[in-house]
Design a protein around this ligand. Sequence first.
Ligand code: FAD
Length: 206
Amino acid sequence: VKIINASYEVIYAPTDVLERIELAARTCYKSEDDIAPGTASKMVHMLRDRGHFAMFDHVSASVRFVVDRGVSHELVRHRIAAYAQESTRYCNYSKGKFGGELTFISPCFWGRGSFMRDTWVEAMLNCESLYLTMVHNGASPQEARSVLPNSLKTEIVATLDFTAWRHVFRLRTSKAAHPQMREVMVPLLADFTQRWPEVFNDIKAE
Ligand SMILES: Cc1cc2nc3c(=O)[nH]c(=O)nc-3n(C[C@H](O)[C@H](O)[C@H](O)COP(=O)(O)OP(=O)(O)OC[C@H]3O[C@@H](n4cnc5c(N)ncnc54)[C@H](O)[C@@H]3O)c2cc1C
């Protein structure tokens, strides 16, 4: 059994975000001739202040999340997005490329050595043992997955436009969001804010 922490990686991020938003927005006003050094940043601030977020639909970024299946299930409820996710139908975790073992995401809310964490580890060991026993006795991965828990590690690539990312950050960095969702979304928002402050620095993680 392998137990890892949740993580994310920004795998595609455009380098000309402000310029692309500006170019789209200036079509509305037919003011493309006013484009000059520094005008893109001002334009994006102006759009944000007026709530003209539709212009942010013209740029998108892709993120690879390494999270558990519970978090990924919540993530895919966001409909304005494209996804690609590791398949428990096609991945056979008994094979060598997976080390013949299952990988689980460590819950961020239980300390090492606590009763809850020890109980959880025991449950993961049992799930792994049952899954491997089933596969070794002829079950297909898509059948044996029936015994796999929410804590199973999954990888999911999500591509969203910046309006949609703003919506996701508002919902998923809130205190009402699940702690394991916040575990990846709070640092991701900080990352996006550092890259593109004009687009994201009005959203504050709770
Ligand atoms: C704290 C929290 C608790 C939750 N608890 C539950 C729960 O107990 N049970 C449950 O089922 N879900 C739950 N959810 C998920 C929630 O119901 C939404 O499915 C999820 O947050 C996706 O967000 P969204 O619907 O705003 O829109 P997204 O799919 O992210 O879309 C963004 C926006 O686009 C617009 N939009 C998208 N699709 C359409 C459409 N077809 N027609 C018109 N407008 C559209 C809407 O304005 C929407 O807000 C929870 C979410 C959160 C954050």
